[in-house]
Design a protein. Structure first.
Length: 169
């Protein structure tokens, strides 16, 4: 959102930091997928994302997964929570009988098992904390930079999976 996520910070005594933000509630939606490549001696992690200036729905998720499947060229096992839009996108795949895509669900109310939640946490509560976005375009640019930087950090991508307690061996 254009409203900054305010976190505690340090400052010199008597010099309280001020965040100048205007009261706008525009927001970005980020669809993110963490990919663990199979059958490799050294596991490689990848992150794919899509940003948009409207809320994601089942159609948006469906087309994101279609593009992801095309790019990966391998069978795709999608593991996600039971959000309504996720269930609708999944049923869309079932109706169209698209090969090479299967779905598994995380248990209800278990964000700690979802490594993508750690991506949000790292970005929103860490890298973007206390940053008041001047405009929706600048927010999009900054998110693009942050996600692109995370995409290149193999140790961080591995850390997202380890945070969720998932065995990678």
């Amino acid at each position: 959102m254009l409203q900054p996520l305010v976190r505690r910070t340090w400052a010199k005594r008597g010099q309280t930091p001020l965040l100048k933000a205007w009261d706008r509630h525009d927001r970005m939606t980020a669809i993110t997928a963490l990919v663990l490549e199979p059958h490799r001696t050294k596991r490689k992690f990848r992150m794919y994302f899509q940003l948009q200036q409207r809320n994601a729905n089942h159609e948006t998720l469906f087309w994101f997964l279609v593009q992801l499947r095309r790019e990966l060229k391998n069978p795709l096992v999608v593991i996600w929570d039971r959000l309504g839009a996720h269930r609708k996108a999944e049923s869309h795949f079932a109706k169209l009988e698209i090969p090479g895509v299967s779905f598994e669900s995380l248990p209800a109310y278990c964000p700690k098992l979802n490594p993508v939640e750690h991506v949000w946490s790292t970005t929103k509560y860490g890298r973007l904390a206390n940053w008041p976005a001047p405009s929706i375009t600048e927010l999009e640019t900054r998110l693009q930079q942050e996600f692109n930087q995370q995409k290149t950090e193999q140790q961080l991508l591995r850390g997202h999976f380890e945070w969720a307690g998932l065995s990678l061996e």
